[in-house]
Design a protein around this ligand. Structure first.
Ligand code: HPA
Length: 271
């Protein structure tokens, strides 16, 4: 795995020689953020040795390097999900490439269902913590030892000062950001109302099918992490309405400008 990563990075280095301090993972329908990258160097996943390709709709499959607000960034437009049939090691491969490129701060976004009944469709939630219900970890196996410790501490996965920064930038943008616990499921089916009731009892505020594996791999690499969920729909059973992919994309689409401005504002203030 380590050699594969080195080969991926050598390929990228032919096109981009700077050190990206910030890595950004764009969730469902939020890929447009790549338009905010100045002097972009765009590489297709299909051209990078050992990179898998994203089969999920709304996920472009491009790495974009450049600057946002004067900061060097590496943006993943399109992520890999466990439900696509990849192993969790494949899912976090790009995070490990980010680590090798020099990324120190991971900013990760996702579309999520609102488990907390006080939430509204279109809300943005700063991830305070996660519950990994995918049933496995990207750190399983010997190969993961190439990237750090096996028994890593997860007591502060989502970096407190970045969460505070996100909330203060949100205030400047007149956004009342929510904060809460994200549950990651393996999907791809949405949850049953009984599962959502269980998650609420467990302390969950939002549910989605990503992010936790990436956060685990990033923690192992010692990165700081900021996660933001776009509440694209209320989770199963919260309202009478059935869940649909259309609603998820429709809300992500409506919220993307607000999301992008917030994200850019946060990057501007990361010192
Ligand atoms: N459940 C799981 N994943 C999701 C949801 C949901 O309600 N909305 C967007 N991604």
């Amino acid at each position: 795995m380590k050699e594969k990563i080195t080969e991926s990075v050598s390929y990228i280095r032919k096109f981009y020689q700077d050190t990206p301090r910030i890595g950004v993972v764009l969730g469902s329908g939020l890929g447009v953020f790549q338009e905010r990258v100045e002097n972009p160097v765009v590489l297709s996943y299909t051209d990078i040795p050992h990179f898998t390709t994203s089969t999920a709709t709304g996920h472009a499959g491009k790495l974009v390097f450049g600057q946002v607000q004067g900061q060097n960034v590496m943006v993943m437009s399109g992520r890999f999900h466990y439900y696509e049939g990849y192993s969790l090691q494949d899912v976090v491969y790009p995070i490990r490439v980010m680590g090798e490129m020099g990324v120190k701060i991971l900013m990760v976004t996702n579309a999520a269902g609102g488990v907390n009944k006080a939430f509204q469709v279109g809300d943005l939630m700063v991830i305070e913590d996660h519950i990994n219900m995918i049933g496995s970890s990207p750190l399983v196996g010997r190969e993961a030892l190439d990237f750090g410790q096996r028994f890593i501490d997860m007591s502060t996965t989502y970096t407190p000062h970045l969460r505070e920064l996100a909330k203060s930038v949100g205030k400047k943008h007149n956004l009342e950001l929510r904060e809460g616990v994200y549950v990651a499921t393996h999907g791809p089916n949405y949850e049953t109302p009984a599962e959502i009731r269980m998650m609420r009892v467990m302390g969950a505020d939002a549910v989605g099918m990503s992010t936790a594996p990436e956060a685990i791999a990033a923690r192992q690499l010692g990165m700081e992490i900021l996660g933001i969920s776009c509440i694209t729909n209320m989770a199963a059973g919260v309202t009478d309405q059935p869940l649909s992919e259309e609603e998820v994309f429709d809300t992500a689409n409506k919220t993307k400008m607000v999301f992008m401005n917030l994200f850019e504002g946060i990057i501007a203030e990361i010192s």
